[in-house]
Design a protein around this ligand. Structure first.
Ligand SMILES: Cc1cc2nc3c(=O)[nH]c(=O)nc-3n(C[C@H](O)[C@H](O)[C@H](O)COP(=O)(O)O)c2cc1C
Length: 306
């Protein structure tokens, strides 16, 4: 009997399967190590890390929505030095798959410094650069909302990451995702992750106040899946570099659909918060669903939609 092949390749990094918990929804991995064997996961994208430790935004910072949630966690993290000195070695002790360091910054210099430190760490396999953060030197406009500033971050971090692949994680809060993805590819990105959260808002009608202390936050979860599939499809047709697809994924069928749209690997975000075993369950169901659909090798479906 021929077993289904689930292994995929991201810029030379081999993953045993395409399943990756998304940044911010799986901590630094180690928190989940007692719940199940993390080695069932192809990769793990770690919590977004900045130069300094951050407490994050005021609470409440989560709002439940129909088929999704809004978060305004605000990049709560212990800072890059703790990532490199403590979190990465601790995760590597229990996990042999691809470790993806997710980096955020509020200036090009911060991105450079954090990416350099993350890339030098022997445990890091891939650097994922979240360009949804506001640029404090440019009126607070998010780096990822303009092609030129996304490209500036890309070329700056590429210079300090050596041989480690750099994926730029794009914001969907733009009118033309393709031009931004292409600008990152031209600036040297090795891959693209998309999508991050969509800007959203809820109001408590009893109290007549926004549900979230910061008024607005990032909307994600099952409701955003069609938007993510559309963006992965558009970018995969415009760029040659691999894509990690993310946004609303909640089942093995969703993984297959995202890969047919053009993703080489798939991340699961908000679903992990609804069900902490979601990534594990999806990866277990994937070969069964492949068998149903007559897919022997997951690579054969990547980008099959013309
Ligand atoms: C609570 C929470 C925290 C997040 N933190 C980060 C982060 O630190 N860095 C990042 O790049 N994305 C972060 N994200 C975005 C997710 O990684 C993902 O791109 C987005 O939620 C869309 O996927 P989903 O619909 O499966 O949640 C966060 C999302 C959630 C829900």
């Amino acid at each position: 009997m021929v077993n289904e092949n689930l292994s995929v390749d991201l810029c030379g990094v081999k993953l045993s399967n395409p399943m990756i918990p998304a940044s911010g929804t799986f901590g630094f991995g180690i928190e989940m190590a007692d719940e199940f064997d993390l080695n069932v996961l192809g990769g793990i994208s770690l919590k977004g890390t900045t130069r300094e430790p951050r407490f994050g935004n005021p609470t409440p910072r989560i709002a439940e929505c129909r088929s999704g949630m809004i978060n305004s966690v605000g990049l709560q993290n212990p800072g890059i030095d703790v990532l490199v000195n403590e979190k990465l070695p601790a995760l590597r002790r229990v996990y042999g798959g691809a470790i993806i360091a997710n980096i955020s910054g509020f200036s090009i210099e911060e991105y450079e410094e954090c990416c350099a430190k993350a890339a030098q760490a022997p445990e890091t396999d891939i650097i994922e650069v979240n360009v949804s953060c506001p640029n404090v030197h440019n009126g607070g406009m998010a780096f990822g909302t303009s092609a030129s500033s996304a490209a500036s971050v890309t070329s700056a971090v590429k210079k300090v990451c050596g041989e480690k692949p750099v994926f730029i994680k794009l914001s969907p809060n733009v009118t033309d995702i393709v031009s931004i993805a292409k600008a990152c590819e031209d600036a040297g990105a090795d891959g693209i992750t998309l999508i991050n959260t969509l800007l959203g808002m809820r109001i408590d009608i009893q109290r007549r106040t926004p549900v979230i202390a910061n008024k607005m936050g990032g909307f994600s979860g099952q409701a955003v899946f069609p938007i993510a599939v559309r963006m992965v499809y558009q970018v995969s047709h415009a760029c040659r570099i691999p894509i990690m697809g993310c946004g609303g994924v909640a089942s093995a069928e969703d993984v297959i659909e995202m890969m047919m749209a053009g993703a080489s690997a798939v991340q699961v975000g908000a679903e992990n918060l609804r069900n902490p075993y979601a990534s594990k369950e999806i990866v277990e169901n994937l070969p069964l669903k492949m068998k149903d659909l007559g897919i022997k090798d997951i690579n054969e479906i990547i980008g099959v939609i013309e």
